[in-house]
Write a protein that binds this ligand. Sequence first.
Ligand code: F6P
Length: 373
Amino acid sequence: MTKYIGILTAGGDTPGLNAAIRGLGKAAQHTYGMEVIGFRDGFRGLMENRTVRLDGETLSGILTMGGTILGTSRDKPHKMPIGNKTLDMTDVMLTNYRKHHLDALICLGGNGTQSNALKLMEKGMNIITLPKTIDNDVAETDMTFGFDTAVGIATEAIDRLHSTAHSHHRIIVVEVMGHSAGWLALSAGVAGGADVILIPELPYNLQQVAEAILDRRRKGKHFSIVAVAEGAMSQEEAAVLRPLQAALSQTHGKAERQHIKNQLADWEKQHKGHVLRLAQQLEALTRLEARVTILGHVQRGGTPSAVDRILATQLGTACAELVHQGQFGVMVAIHGQQSVPVPLPLVAGKLKLVPTDHPLLESARRLGTAMGE
Ligand code: F6P
């Protein structure tokens, strides 16, 4: 009997999404004779039943394209903004899933998507997810697709910033994406030879960062590149944030949780623009001129790297095989060279942060790169 599968892409777009859609769609059709449809704009398209048939023609020529041909959104199935309300629309999604006689729904996404997909699984849908995000912070997989491309883009930016920082004898503070994880800043910082790398997992001491820059100057190096993860924070900021995060994880009452969430939102608000403040502080402490470059969405745009195309293709085609076998409720992870199904409950709600003894951190420390510790 022909099997029917639906695909959606959710959360921030990522290079390699189209390669994954293509790998999954082609394998599903050519190898297993399945029918494939896509839902537009993430979970919203599933709710609104906006579909596109993913036949041979639609899947052709998309391997090298950035973004997602399906469109994406950050809408959550159980907290969907409808007019001025936020509603649980998972039942409507289940109705549409059944309307299309789907045997499986494949959700391509990052951390948020893993949790959202779990909610649909609990509603009774056959779910498989694929891990994508430039942040590389999805648990239980060695790597997410999109990350390698973003590392390449951020590294090239750091390379280019070197010559201008050197010529003007300046500090350049470059902000790298990554949400609350430091994978992207650490990897691009090491690959680009940044002099200082600041990541959220290691809250920094401002004086130490300034001292590292002054030390370089004493050694005749009158410029410094400071690679800062967007989630990086000073030790003072961490002293406010960490207890709030701990309190949230231990609190169950609705009102108390809301109170902590409001405090966290205030912290976020104050943290916004922290690289601008950091540059000013370093300027004052070192008396060197400082400039700021925020790489932003450039890191997510354009054609995927070969590594991301390969990873996305491997995970996408493995996913088709899992549908064929009838193995659901899993995320297709990469462990070494192997694609491995990992139970979704082990992934959802977890963050993969940089361990403070990670080998790449050790390398950076041995190089003499300042981490602000
Ligand atoms: O999760 C990917 C990511 O690019 C993060 O690195 C960043 O914090 C966030 O998305 C930006 O989100 P948006 O595209 O919604 O502004």
